[in-house]
Design a protein around this ligand. Structure first.
Ligand SMILES: Nc1ncnc2c1ncn2[C@@H]1O[C@H](COP(=O)(O)OP(=O)(O)OP(=O)(O)O)[C@@H](O)[C@H]1O
Length: 575
């Protein structure tokens, strides 16, 4: 947790003010019983009404100062805690932005979201408590003991007996509750996971009639959490009564032994009244400290999870001195590339070599899982190769700045991802200053202008989260248009025509050919029809290149390609 609190550097002045305020409030809390003792001894015993009124007024004033200090301290404390939450959220967001896909794969997106939201809220809540209680509780308890000792030394023995017993009871209760609190955190994570999977997979769940199964899965996680919560609360239920019992026993003992001492003339009534108040103050602050320790383990778990994200170094970093590719534009070359995903048994790609030049279309075809997407993901350096080299414009991608490299590429991912906002905003995503003409032109080529024109708001139509209000094919076409607006040197279409019907696919490719005249085009496809016209077809089989050449050459020389062609023809013929 200390690591997390290093982020509070900018709030040091605030924290200093809070500490001063809390110190002042503790002084007022501790001063009040002394004033009351004076009222009893001097005012009431001597029936001096003026003294009572004077001291009563002073008490109200002191209490007022205490209240103001407490309120202002809580207000500033909350600001600091919420500020810390803001800092952490932005740090995680910025750090995660630098992650390579390997780190995303390692964490998974759902836990990254929980860590950025839920975990930070936990820390915020505990920070408010810590700021307000960490100093106040021990200071008041210690100050109370000292002042009580000053009022009457022998009566302080009651504290010496009661407090260790009390600490032992709190320690026993907490030692049982703490591990359960940690479990609660983990079980909350489980519920979040089930819930997220349910929300994102709702269509699949309904289509497969698995609502009952999912309900059972949720109920199991829910009941598990509820059971742990109940056990924790059962244990915690002892805390308050035990503390209240201790408070009452302590006060009873103080009154009993105190009155004996008053009777014997060794103590005055004022001191006894003050003593009772100090006892209450000490105990209440012990309770507060105990409460704080309930929340700390939760925040501890949350801060460990946050630190884990922040301490994960992104695998893909820019070189110290990035090289610029001068002269050559649009050259992509793979030299004996091998690549494996973390923890995978077999390499996703091995010994892949080919080169693509400007003005040429290179198509990549192969069965599912043969490594097509993996191959194109290496061009914008989403992952680093294990062996060999990927060169863009003659320079190894690892030696270029990621920004410069990616600026050269118009990437259309396999899953069309659009953002909440208008269609225009989505199409300008890769080129902020694109003109309206550029946008309509790109949409025409991507065969998107037709359906956009039919929408009531046209290009100003607001897309729902992830483009939910569009069909799969419409999303793909907008995603293609977004890449076209950029007019990059290299186009990468990762199975981007799969959701289009044959006619639209053909029209789009014909328009694309004219548009991408001088650029380098890489197309990943499943359909032979999409790749047939390419200058070069790379046939992948189980991560290895099974053949490279034109359609005609491949038909003659590549068995795997012939199999793909014949399987598709027969499928279409059968249909
Ligand atoms: N993020 C990942 N982590 C681990 N393994 C992965 C990951 N992505 C892909 N793989 C594995 O790498 C291999 C190649 O996957 P890839 O996505 O490149 O295939 P593909 O040819 O594009 O398949 P498809 O046509 O189904 O999209 C597969 O065996 C797959 O299971």
């Amino acid at each position: 947790m200390l690591k997390i609190y290093k982020n509070l550097k900018g709030y040091i002045p605030h924290i200093c003010v809070i500490l001063v305020l809390i110190f002042a409030q503790v002084l007022t809390d501790l001063y009040l019983p002394t004033l009351m003792s004076d009222i009893v001894n001097t005012g009431i015993m001597k029936e001096d009404v003026n003294y009572i009124l004077h001291m009563g007024g002073l008490m109200i004033g002191v209490a007022g100062i205490g209240i103001v200090c407490a309120v202002v301290a809580v207000m500033i404390g909350s600001r600091v805690a919420i500020g810390l939450g803001g800092i952490l959220r932005s740090k995680i967001f910025r750090h995660v932005e630098k992650f390579s896909l390997h780190e995303f794969d390692k964490f998974g997106s759902s836990t990254l979201i929980t860590r950025t939201t839920n975990d930070i809220i936990q820390i915020q809540t505990v920070t408010i408590l810590i700021i307000n209680m960490m100093l106040r509780a021990p200071l008041t308890a210690i100050g109370g003991i000292i002042l009580a000792y000053r009022e009457d030394k022998s009566l302080t023995i009651i504290f010496a007996i009661a407090l260790p017993v009390l600490i032992a009871v709190i320690a026993i209760i907490m030692s049982r509750a703490m591990p359960l609190f940690k479990q609660v955190q983990k079980k909350l994570d489980k519920i979040n996971l089930v819930l997220r999977e349910n929300l994102t997979g709702i269509r699949v769940i309904r289509a497969f009639n698995r609502i009952g199964h999912e309900n059972a899965r949720f109920d199991e996680a829910n009941q598990d959490l509820t059971r742990t919560y109940i056990t924790v609360n059962r244990i915690m239920a002892f805390l308050m009564p035990v503390l209240m019992l201790a408070l009452n026993v302590m006060q009873l003992s103080i009154i009993w032994f105190g009155s004996v001492r008053v009777d014997a003339g060794s103590m005055n009534i004022g001191a006894l009244a003050a003593f009772i108040q100090y006892a209450a103050l000490i105990l209440i602050n012990f309770i507060m400290l105990a409460m704080m320790f309930i929340f700390i383990p939760r925040a501890q778990a949350a801060s460990e999870r946050i630190s884990e994200v922040l301490e994960t170094a992104p695998e893909i970093l820019d070189p110290a001195e990035p090289k610029h590719a001068d002269g050559e534009q649009g050259y992509v070359e793979f030299r004996n590339v091998c690549f494996s995903y973390q923890g995978a048994e077999r390499p996703a790609l091995s010994g892949v070599s080919f080169s693509a030049k400007p003005g040429e279309t290179t198509a990549i075809i192969g069965g599912t899982g043969s490594g097509k997407s993996t191959l194109v993901n290496l061009i914008p350096r989403f992952y680093d190769v294990d062996e060999g080299q990927v060169l863009v414009d003659g320079v190894d991608v690892r030696e270029q700045s990621q920004k410069e490299l990616r600026a050269k590429i118009g990437f259309v991912p396999q899953k069309a991802i659009l953002f909440t906002g208008t269609i225009t905003a989505n199409l300008r995503y890769g080129k902020k200053d694109a003109t309206d003409e550029e946008i309509t032109h790109a949409s025409e080529i991507a065969q998107a202008s037709g359906f956009v024109g039919e929408m009531r708001e046209g290009y100003d139509t607001v897309l729902a989260e992830g483009g939910l209000n569009l069909s799969g094919g419409q999303k793909q076409r907008l995603s293609i248009a977004r890449a076209l607006v950029r007019r990059p040197e290299i186009y990468v279409f990762d199975d981007s025509f799969s959701a289009l019907d044959f006619k639209t696919d053909a029209r789009l490719r014909a328009a694309l050919k004219k548009e991408t005249g001088d650029a380098t085009v890489l197309i990943v496809a499943q359909r032979v029809g999409t790749v047939m016209g390419a200058d070069r077809i790379i046939v992948l089989d189980d991560g290895k290149v099974a053949g490279i050449g034109t359609h005609e050459e491949m038909m003659k020389t590549c068995e795997v390609y012939r199999e793909i062609v014949s399987s598709q023809l027969s499928e279409e013929e059968l249909a």
